[in-house]
Design a protein around this ligand. Structure first.
Ligand code: KG4
Ligand code: ZN
Length: 368
């Protein structure tokens, strides 16, 4: 049975260092309306530690989640009683943070008698482009975030096939490490992007990982080491040196992402759209390189606005709404008892060969 009425969904995201909530409407014709999108970035809470500290993140989520949700509902101009469902990230991510968002969602669902949709954070990123772009199934997804670097064939809601993943570090992690190494601070990705303005991308000759290897996997650890060695070779780095190294790294990272994506495109006769999602998708140099790649093969590049590429509540609400819209399909939405019993999952691959990417029961445990 197809969706016959509008769905109004509250989405909650707390899997890393952003406390986020949003209200999204999915129209019966599939159109998306983002009514509010509140994000409280925790960068300042973690700045002194040079990275995200899980305990601090969990505590910050506890302190901010109620206010963030209240603002999201108020700015949307709706009340809890108007909602059809509450969707929350149930993993993968830092369990302490996921627990805060998921438990809050359970409480809201109980108090207001709403459907609870536990959402895989990666599915949120995978479907996020459909909120603002004309992304039609099947499409190729390049998911590039702080924790993940994957190429996924998205054939429908819940239908994901992983074509490649990183064999070591994630792309965003490499941007963050480069920022730290160059003394640029956090958030790493945007700081590297700003520092690279006016820098020479061809000054440092950085590696081209896995160039001669078949398949669509990624590797960033060699590039990270090369950036460190290049930085150490500069005795008293000037502002221009830092700009050149940031630009050279950004170029090498974008080139690697495009080179592996090109391999995946060759495997996909039916798809002509490349969707890029995750925090690194906010990077203009990366988008430019992917744009050139798509132009060369007459593909279309779909890149959502940066605020929907980085972690946000709207993509979680939307993923919940997309599942609800398909709820006639078995396994698409958990029954209430199962959803209420769902535990946060530190690890939760999107494309699970055992269940075809369906939400699954959660019984396989976090290391599924
Ligand atoms: O998707 P996201 O917000 O959170 C995760 O699920 O990981 O991605 C965060 C990552 C961080 O590593 C951040 O440095 C990177 O995305 N990022 C960027 C940019 N904006 C965020 N990397 C490069 N350029 C950017 N403009
Ligand atoms: Zn994310």
């Amino acid at each position: 049975m197809a969706q016959t009425k509008d769905l109004l969904v509250l989405g909650i995201e707390t899997s890393c260092d952003d406390t986020a909530a949003a209200v999204v409407r999915r129209r019966a014709n599939g159109a998306c309306q983002i009514l509010s999108n509140e994000v409280w970035a925790q960068h300042d809470d973690h700045a002194a530690f040079g990275g995200v500290v899980p305990e601090i993140a969990a505590r910050s989520h506890v302190e901010r989640i109620d206010g963030t949700i209240e603002r999201a509902v108020a700015k949307a101009g709706v009340s809890f009683a108007d909602l059809d469902a509450v969707a929350a990230t149930a993993g993968p991510g830092l369990v302490g943070g996921v627990m805060v968002g998921l438990t809050t969602a359970k409480a809201i669902a109980l108090a207001h008698d709403l459907i609870l949709v536990p959402v895989n954070h990666l599915e949120g990123h995978a479907l996020s482009a459909r909120m603002t772009e004309p992304a039609a199934f099947p499409y190729l997804l390049l998911l590039i975030s702080g924790g993940h670097t994957q190429l996924i064939l998205v054939s429908g809601v819940g239908k994901y096939q992983r074509l490649g993943t990183t064999i070591d570090d994630a792309a965003g992690e490499c941007f963050d490490k480069t920022a730290k190494l160059l003394g640029l601070g956090a958030p790493g990705g945007p700081r590297v992007e700003s520092a690279a303005v006016g820098g020479r991308p061809d000054r440092f000759d950085l590696p081209r990982p896995l160039l001669k290897h078949d398949g669509c996997d990624f590797s960033f650890s060699g590039m990270k080491t090369a950036v460190r060695e290049a930085a150490q070779s500069l005795e008293h780095p000037t502002g221009q040196d830092v700009a050149d190294l940031a630009a050279s790294f950004q170029f090498a990272a974008a080139r690697h992402l495009a080179q592996r994506t090109e391999k995946a495109m060759a495997l996909m006769p039916d798809a002509r759209q490349l969707v890029v999602a995750g925090g690194v998708a906010a990077n203009c140099a990366v988008k430019k390189m992917l744009q050139q790649l798509c132009a060369a093969y007459s593909w279309e590049l779909l890149a959502p606005p940066p605020k929907y590429c980085t972690d946000n509540g709207a993509m979680i609400a939307w993923a919940g709404a997309e599942r609800l819209a398909e709820s006639a399909t078995e396994g698409m939405v958990m029954d209430r008892a199962e959803a209420m019993a769902m535990a946060p999952r530190a690890r939760w691959p999107l494309a699970d060969p055992d269940d075809g990417g369906r939400l699954g029961s959660g019984r396989k445990g976090p290391k599924a």
